[in-house]
Design a protein around this ligand. Sequence first.
Ligand code: ADP
Ligand code: MG
Length: 468
Amino acid sequence: MTTFETLSVSPLMKALVRELGYEKMTPIQAESIPVLLEGRDLIGQSKTGSGKTAAFTIPILERIHIEQSATRDIQALILCPTRELCSQVTREVRKLGRKKIGLQVLEVAGGMPVFPQKKALESGVHVVVGTPGRVLDHLQRGTLNLSSVKFIVLDEADRMLDMGFEDDMKTVMNALPEQRQTIFFSATFPPNIIKLSSKFQKNAVMVKIAQTPEDQASLSTISQKFIVVKEEEQKPEAVFQLLANESPDSAIVFCNFKTTTFELTELLAAEGVSVACLNGDMEQRQRDLVMARFRNQSIRVLIATDVAARGIDIAGLDLVINFELPKMRENYTHRVGRTGRAGKDGKAVSFIRENEKSKVAGLIAQSGAVSHPPIAEYVKKTLPRYDLGSKMETIVILEGRKNKMRPGDVLGALTGEAGGLKGKDIGKIEVHDFHTFVAVSRDVAKVALRCLQSGRIKGRRVRVEWPK
Ligand code: ADP
Ligand code: MG
C-alpha cells in the first residue's frame, strides 16, 4: 500500500488529497507520479477509472509557478479526444488545484463558441485543457501562444489516434518548445502510440499496469448475467422489464449502433422512463447537458455507444445492460466495470444470441448465468406499479465561472428568504465556464425555476433555462 504521504510533494497537496478522501495511490499513480516529479517523459497505460488524471495532474500542479506569472503564460497543455473528457479533466485539475491560489485553468474544446475562449486566453491562463482540433484552431488564429509550455499531456492518446487527430496532434506538438516534459496516457497500448512516442518523447519511461488479477477480482464482485434473445424485437421489452425489476437509480444501456440508441431511447421514454441517449452524432452542447443531468440524477437511464461513453468517469452505476455484446472484447470489461464500484454491488446483464454462448462461456462458468427473457405476462402481473421517472430535474443558469458564479450563490438564492426551498431539495450544482447546472427535486422544480427567473443572484437578474 502506497500512501500519498510517501511522495515528495508539498504539504498543501498532501492535505488536499486527504480532504478528497484519497487514502492511497492507485497503481498507475504510485508508479507514475515519482517519475513525473523527476521531470522525465512517460507513457502510462491502465484501465479506465484507475486515476490517470491525478497521475499526471498532481506532478504538473506541483511544478507550475503561480508567482512568476504576472503575465500568466500557458505552462501546461492537456489534450483530450472529446469535449466530455476535456470538461471532466478540467474539473479534476481545478479540484486538485484548489489550494493553489490564483491558478487559472481553461477548457478549450470544440463545439463551444470561440470568442469567449479567445478572451480568456488573452487575459492569461496557466493550464489549457483542450481538444486537438480547437487548440490547433486557436494556434492558427494566433490567439494561443504555446512558447512557454513546460508540460504537454496527451490523455487517451490511443483514442485520439483512433479518432483521426494524428495530424492535428503532430502540428500542435511541433509548435511546442523543445525543452518540455511530454506525457502520454491511455487505456490501451497500440503500436502507433509507440511510434508517436519515438517521435515526440525523449527516453520515455513506460508504465503499464497489468489487467489481470486485481481487475478480475473487482469484476467478480459484479453479478454478470446473460440473456439469450431469439428475436431482436424482444430486446426493448426485455430492457424495460429489467429496469422495472431492478429500479436502478443510475443505469447505462450500451448499444453498438447509434440508430439503436435513438430508437431505444424513444421507446423507453414512451413508457415513462427517465432516459436519454448519448452518441457521437449529437451536438457537443447536447452531450454535455445529458452528462450533467445523468451525474446529478435528473436522468436515470443512459443509452450510449462505446465511443460516446468511453473514458467518461461515471462511477457506481447500479446496472449495466449490454444490448448486444461489444464488437471488441476489451470493451466488455470497460462497460461492465462501470458498475459495482466503491464496494457497491454491481449488476451487469448482457443480451446474447444463441450462437454467441460460446463466446462468453468463460464468463458464464465464472459468475454468470444464462436465462431467457422474462415473460411479459409475468412481469406485468408482478410489477403493477413502477416508477422509473427521475428524482431530480436540472435548471440551467446561463452564467458560469467567468461571470463569477459560485455554487454558494445559487444555493443562497434558492434557500434564502426569497427562495424558501430546503437544502435537501437542492442537488448537485455544477458551475461551468459560461453556464451552471442546478439539480433540484422533481417536486419543487417549478418553484425553483420561478424563484431563479424572478429573483436575483448576487443582486443580478440571470437568464434561466429549462433544458429539454
Ligand atoms: P482514468 O483517467 O484512469 O479513467 P480518472 O482519472 O477519471 O480515471 O479517475 C477515476 C476516479 O477516481 C475519479 O473520480 C477520481 O477522482 C478518483 N480517484 C483518482 N485517484 C484516486 C485515489 N488515489 N483514491 C481514490 N479515488 C481516486
Ligand atoms: Mg482518463
